[in-house]
Each structure stands twice: as structure tokens, then as C-alpha cells.
Write a new protein. Structure first.
Length: 72
């Protein structure tokens, strides 16, 4: 997956995130699926879609914002 592929799915994101995604070995289809799960996980489950693969879950982890629990 190229830099431009990643930007075409996610829009402008941090270069570190782009590098992490590019080095993950994921396909652009997996990135699109991860992005869809982030935006509408309940809707996808309600549609009866299978749960995401391990690689898609890894992409979701890269893309989700960190929890605020770590902040003082």
C-alpha cells in the first residue's frame, strides 16, 4: 500500500501512522474495512457482517484515538 493509497482512505494523517500502516502488510481493502469498523461498528454487527480479521483489528488499533484515561 502506498502513501497515496492511505491518504485516499483516511485523508490527512500523521506520517508516523502512515508508516505504521504501510509496514503492516495490510491491503487497501483491509484499511477500508478497518476505517468502516471505526465509524460504524454497531451497524456492521447489526448487518450480520463477520467480525474483522486480525490484521483489520491491528489497523483499527493503529487508527483509534488513545483513551483519555492516561491523562491526568
Amino acid at each position: 500500500m502506498t502513501h497515496d493509497d492511505i491518504i485516499s482512505v483516511l485523508g490527512p494523517v500523521d506520517e508516523t501512522v502512515i508508516a505504521d500502516i504501510a509496514s503492516s502488510g495490510a491491503t487497501i481493502e483491509e484499511l477500508r474495512e478497518a476505517f468502516a469498523w471505526i465509524g460504524a461498528d454497531e451497524a456492521l454487527v447489526n448487518e450480520g457482517r463477520p467480525l474483522p480479521s486480525a490484521r483489520v483489528v491491528a489497523l483499527i488499533d493503529l487508527l483509534e484515538a488513545p483513551d483519555d484515561e492516561d491523562e491526568p
